[in-house]
Every structure is written in structure tokens, then in C-alpha cells.
Design a protein around this ligand. Structure first.
Ligand code: GTP
Ligand code: SAM
Ligand code: SF4
Ligand code: SF4
Length: 323
């Protein structure tokens, strides 16, 4: 079992397979980075898998593949199958912007993927274009449809921004309710790579919008395996809000992240990281395990987004960390 320096059990590994992306979301990667990590610096699927096995053998129960945009990396279905075939009871999932799902959904399902989280900030074509800086909505909706058709269980991620897609909060909820998807709203996390004018809605503001139509929203007891706080409408529909600005958000953190370059990142906010690349490439499993334990020992207690006194802008890029 993996326990961090604050006694939290860590059983969720998020693996970013690429930092590259085909969108330029204003809250994540509004500008193309000055340079990408050269391909030879990336860990191969086999090496990423080697580390995932280390994690699973140490107690990881949930693995999420993310990016950048993970579907941009060739043969992602091959990687999904490697992990799925190793231990079928691992909760294996993928987070994607959905743009390449029309052609990839069936392959991913065939590789053993069961569930998928797809980003959808608005159902309005021009606002989707404004956020992603590309005309994406119709293809993303086609991708969502395809994912549903092939039997993937779907959650939708939506980042509401003030003055942009705050007016879409209810429409996204209605869409998800109708389609049988869970929606989670994510509070915008300030970081130095995002467009500086971006301002997110906090969970109270999101709840206020939803409660204009739905009365008596009830808070569901927190399930510590997920970062989202869930809320229930009177008709039984549940939606989530990811609330990193709340003081107690990190108390149940069970997550660690591996980047495509082989850096283990203990927290989404901070820049600390240790590389497992050399150990993994040398097949030194003991060393990789030692680094994993050390990173967990030094995992921070909490982020600084929730702390009024501190600088609340993280210097970490979401597209490198995988969110
Ligand atoms: N600050 C912070 N945000 C997180 C953390 N985990 C997830 N998030 C945010 O929530 C977003 C959506 O997460 P997903 O990739 O859908 O994964 P998940 O919420 O763990 O998914 P489920 O397993 O379906 O609950 C991430 O991209 C982050 O923006 C975390 O540990 N800290
Ligand atoms: C970094 S992306 C990677 C996966 C994929 N490209 C996607 O967009 O779903 C993962 C998630 O992070 C969220 N995200 C990115 N930047 C964020 C920010 N600054 N604050 C909150 N969420 C953010 C996105 O909305 C997305 O749901
Ligand atoms: S949020 Fe996802 S889709 Fe948008 S720029 Fe970041 S990595 Fe790309
Ligand atoms: S901000 Fe850091 S400590 Fe808090 S939940 Fe996210 S990864 Fe965990």
C-alpha cells in the first residue's frame, strides 16, 4: 500500500502520454509552447507500462490516461490493451477532448477501455471555438455520440469561465442529463500558462446558476476516490463539482502523476518532480519503486489555490501534467 507523508492512501495514477494538443484552450494552452519535448525524450509505451506495473504492484487501483491530448499519440489503443490485459480489475479510464473519438472510440473499446471523460465546455459553436481557438464542437459531439454507441461509460468535464461559457452551465447539464452522462464542472485553476484574463466560476456560483432551475440540491457524501464533490437534484440526477479552491479539497488526495517524459509529480499545483526515466529504461525496478516512495513521502499537504494569502497562480502547465 502507498501512503504519503500526511497519511493519505495513494491508489490513483494519472499517466500523461503526450503534452501535445490539437486544441489551444484558453485555460490550458492558449499559445503553442515555444518548443515541444523531443520525441526521443518521451517514454515508450512499454516503459510507461513498466512503471504502471510498479505502481499496481505497490497498490495503485486506478489508472487514468491523459495528456495533452492523449488520442494524438499513435496506437493509443495498443497502450490501453497493455494495461487492461495486465490486471483487468484496475479502474482504467481516459480523459480526452473528444476530437479524434469518431475514428478512435471503437478501437479503444475493443482494447478494453470501459469509461471515458470528455471535455465539453459549451454547446454553442462559436463559444467552443472561442475557448479552444479552433472550430471543434460538431466533431466533438460526433465523438461523444460514437463513444456512447460503442458502449463507453461517459463523464463530461466542463470548465465554466466568467463572461464566456458561464451562460452554458445549465445547457451542458441538460444535455448530460438527457444523454445519461455525469457532468462535472471544474473550477478554473489559475496557472501561468493560461490566458491571463481567464476567470473561473467557483462552486457556489455554479450551484447558484443550477439552483435557478433546480431547487433543493443536496450534497452527496464525498467519495474519496474521486476529486469531485457530487450533488443530487430532486429527480435523482447527480452532477459533480471539482473544487480545488476549497480549503479541504486536498485532504482526500489519492493521486500521483506521471508525465510522458517520465517525471513523477506529487501535486498538480507545485513544480516538484522526480524522474523515473533512467531507472525504468535500465529495468531497475527497485530504484523506480524507491523514487515512487520518496515522491510520496514529500507530497505536499495541499495546493495554494485555496490560500488567500499566497500567490494563487501555479507555475505548472496542465497540458504537461495531464490535469
Ligand atoms: N487540483 C486538482 N485537480 C484535479 C485533481 N484531479 C483531477 N483534477 C481536476 O479534474 C479534472 C478532471 O479530472 P479527470 O481527468 O476527468 O479525472 P477524475 O476526475 O479523477 O475522474 P473520475 O475517475 O471519473 O472521477 C482534471 O483535469 C483536473 O483539472 C487533483 O488531484 N487536484
Ligand atoms: C489537461 S486536459 C488533458 C486531456 C484532454 N486534452 C482534455 O482536454 O480532456 C484534462 C482536463 O484538464 C482541464 N483543465 C485544463 N486546464 C485547466 C485549468 N486551468 N483549470 C481547470 N481545469 C483545467 C480540462 O478541462 C480537461 O478536462
Ligand atoms: S485542456 Fe486538453 S484539449 Fe484543451 S488545450 Fe489543454 S490539453 Fe488540450
Ligand atoms: S492540488 Fe495537489 S494535493 Fe491537492 S488534490 Fe490536487 S494533486 Fe492532490
Amino acid at each position: 500500500m502507498l501512503i504519503d507523508g500526511f497519511g493519505r492512501k495513494v491508489d490513483y495514477l494519472r499517466v500523461s502520454v503526450t503534452e501535445r494538443c490539437n486544441f489551444r484552450c484558453q485555460y490550458c494552452m492558449p499559445e503553442k509552447p515555444f518548443s515541444w519535448v523531443p520525441r526521443e525524450n518521451l517514454l515508450s509505451y512499454e516503459d510507461l507500462f513498466k512503471f504502471i506495473k510498479v505502481g499496481i504492484d505497490e497498490g495503485i487501483k486506478k489508472v487514468r490516461v491523459t495528456g495533452g491530448e492523449p488520442l494524438l499519440r499513435d496506437d493509443l489503443d495498443y497502450f490501453i490493451k497493455l494495461v487492461n490485459d495486465y490486471k483487468n480489475d484496475i479502474d482504467l479510464a481516459l480523459t480526452t477532448n473528444g476530437f479524434l473519438l469518431p475514428q478512435m472510440a471503437q478501437k479503444l473499446r475493443d482494447a478494453g477501455l470501459k469509461r471515458i471523460n470528455i471535455s465539453l465546455d459549451t454547446l454553442d459553436t462559436s463559444r467552443a471555438k472561442q475557448i479552444a481557438q479552433k472550430d471543434v464542437l460538431s466533431t466533438v459531439l460526433e465523438g461523444i455520440k460514437k463513444a456512447k454507441e460503442v458502449g463507453l461509460k461517459i463523464k463530461i468535464n466542463c470548465v465554466p469561465l466568467k463572461g464566456i461559457n458561464d451562460i452554458d452551465v445549465l445547457e451542458v447539464l441538460e444535455f448530460c442529463k438527457k444523454e445519461g452522462f455525469v457532468v462535472r464542472y471544474i473550477e478554473f485553476m489559475e496557472n501561468s500558462f493560461a490566458k491571463s484574463s481567464s476567470k473561473g466560476l467557483n462552486s457556489d456560483e455554479i450551484l447558484e446558476i443550477i439552483s435557478k432551475k433546480y431547487k433543493n440540491i443536496v450534497k452527496v457524501p464525498r467519495d474519496s476516490s474521486s476529486p469531485a464533490q457530487y450533488y443530487k437534484l430532486e429527480d435523482g440526477y447527480e452532477f459533480g463539482i471539482i473544487e480545488p479552491h476549497k480549503d479541504d479539497f486536498c485532504a482526500s488526495c489519492n493521486r500521483i502523476r506521471l508525465t510522458a517524459e517520465g517525471f513523477l509529480i506529487p501535486c498538480l499545483y507545485f513544480e516538484d518532480a522526480m524522474s523515473i526515466k533512467d531507472a525504468i529504461r535500465a529495468n531497475d525496478i527497485d530504484k523506480a519503486t524507491e523514487i515512487l516512495r520518496l515522491v510520496l513521502k514529500n507530497k505536499p499537504e495541499k495546493n495554494k489555490w485555496s490560500n488567500e494569502k499566497d500567490n494563487k497562480v501555479s507555475q505548472r502547465a496542465f497540458y504537461q501534467t495531464g490535469g
